[in-house]
Write a protein that binds this ligand. Structure first.
Ligand code: XIL
Length: 452
């Protein structure tokens, strides 16, 4: 009988190489499909080496591994040219640093070769720049260190660094209303689930961010077709559905983000204020508490150090809540700041105003602009030092508050070139703790030094 050819998963050609007459179902010889491994995983990444592991294929005699420096596999790296490997993993060494490599694996059964697996890419680490490789969570013993993440980047080197450095995650944008509730009656928690599942698998907490934010409100909510009462019912349903879904799994929520207008004590004129009136924040806090009695409820805003009027207005709302028994546990300072300000003493005194109220304090979105005046086209050593100093001050202030008011210090992203600030300001900057090659920056050392 001729071998049967059929397409599996659209990409892998499977050959039935030892089929019995009855089509494999009647107890003759087993059918072995000549499949390629479906997943390739990289670990132990170094400057000149890494390990690759692939999923095993039933019946494989061995595998052939090819590594090249181009995606067409024209320039293969010796000796990794169809290198025979009996197990499902290989330590690869003698590579160039800071270089991208392409890896593919195929299965061999009875001298027949499967199609190639998908191609995996990996970039070896760059030369260390002398910054000590000390994990933030190892030195932060009295609070969590967090990072803003995206579901699509919970893998590869991002994941390795995340797992080494951090024990708290905030979703950068996938736990906001426009993503979780894109159409009326139609929730989409796929990205949020991916983040929460990942955090659980790696023993990290998730800080929920942010249920209500004027800048992430879906257009169907902005243009809500219904009465004010129907609007309020819809918001209640959204909060109840979301918070109960993650009950016991998400430790805290920024319930309303950035509710106050800049430079004034006024509430921002959002659709929530327009439709529900000034009590909307209170109601959202109450619905959150009802959906998860143990979740920590935060109010979160930006310019909390520099905009005294806005901070005082937000804090007096907290005072009202505390007085009236409206649930609130903590207050978030976003901390999108710059190398040249605000000063340590202003950060300290604003922080004191929160802890005076016996609220938890979260430095929730730290990034430190190195180029606010757009005078640099690359990060100079001097500016990197100044940025380090500011990071160190921020962490020292946070570390210095009484332990019972500490919650977490969260950094808003991993690598400089991934920062939201590049798009936001439309100019070059290097605001984070890792450079675009995943190398530790002086800013990272500033964080570490503040805690040693
Ligand atoms: C930003 C994210 O970083 C972007 O990826 C997204 O497109 C917009 O939101 N204040 C906040 C954060 O509370 O949610 C914002 O995050 C940055 C400003």
């Amino acid at each position: 009988m001729m071998p049967r050819l059929f397409i599996s998963l659209g990409v892998v050609i499977s050959i039935c190489i030892s089929c019995d007459e009855g089509g494999g179902m009647s107890g003759g010889e087993p059918v072995i499909e000549l499949l390629a491994p479906t997943t390739l995983t990289i670990s132990n990444l170094g400057q000149n080496s890494f390990r690759v592991e692939w999923s095993s294929v039933t019946g494989a005699d061995f595998y052939e591994v090819t590594i090249a420096s181009d995606d067409l596999f024209d320039n293969t790296v010796s000796p990794y040219n169809e290198l025979r490997e009996n197990s499902t993993g290989l330590n690869v060494s003698n590579l160039e640093m800071s270089t991208e490599y392409f890896i593919r694996v195929r299965t061999v059964i009875d001298d027949q070769r499967s199609d190639y697996s998908i191609t995996q890419t990996v970039t070896t680490l760059s030369e260390p720049d002398g910054e000590p490789d000390i994990a933030l969570k190892e030195v932060a013993t009295t609070f969590k260190v967090g990072m803003a993440v995206r579901a699509s980047r919970l893998n590869g080197l991002h994941a390795q660094i995340l797992e080494k450095e951090y024990n708290s995650l905030t979703s950068e944008f996938e736990m906001k209303m426009n993503i979780m509730y894109p159409r009326q009656g139609d929730y989409d928690f796929s990205k949020a689930d991916a983040i929460v599942n990942y955090a659980e698998e790696h023993g990290m907490q998730v800080h929920g961010h942010a249920l209500i934010w004027h800048a992430a409100t879906p257009s169907w909510v902005e243009n809500f077709a219904g009465t004010d009462q129907e609007f309020e019912d819809m918001v209640k349903d959204y909060i109840t559905t979301t918070v109960s879904r993650y009950r016991g799994r998400v430790v805290s929520w920024d319930v309303v983000n950035e509710a106050f207008a800049d430079g004034s004590g006024n509430l921002r004129n959002s659709v929530f204020l327009q439709r529900m009136g000034p009590d909307y924040i209170k109601k959202c806090h109450e619905w959150t508490r009802a959906a998860d009695p143990d979740v920590l409820i935060f109010y979160n805003d930006y310019n909390m150090v520099t905009d005294d009027t806005k901070r005082k207005a937000a804090l007096s709302l907290m005072d009202e809540f505390i007085r009236d028994g409206v649930p609130v546990d903590g207050f978030g300072f976003q901390m999108h700041i710059a190398y040249n300000g605000p000063s340590r003493s202003r950060i300290q005194s604003a922080a004191n105003e929160v802890i005076d109220r016996e609220l938890l304090l979260h430095f929730s979105e730290l990034d430190v602009r190195a180029n606010p005046g757009n005078d640099l086209s690359s990060l100079t050593d001097t500016r990197a030092e100044a940025q380090k100093k500011k990071v160190k001050e921020v962490v020292e202030v946070y570390n210095g508050i009484p332990d019972q008011y500490k919650f977490a210090l969260t950094v808003w992203g991993l690598r400089d070139d991934e920062s939201w600030l590049l798009d936001f300001w439309g100019q070059a900057d290097w605001p984070l703790l890792y450079d675009k090659n995943f190398a530790l920056k002086k800013a990272h050392t500033g964080f570490v030094e503040a805690l040693q």
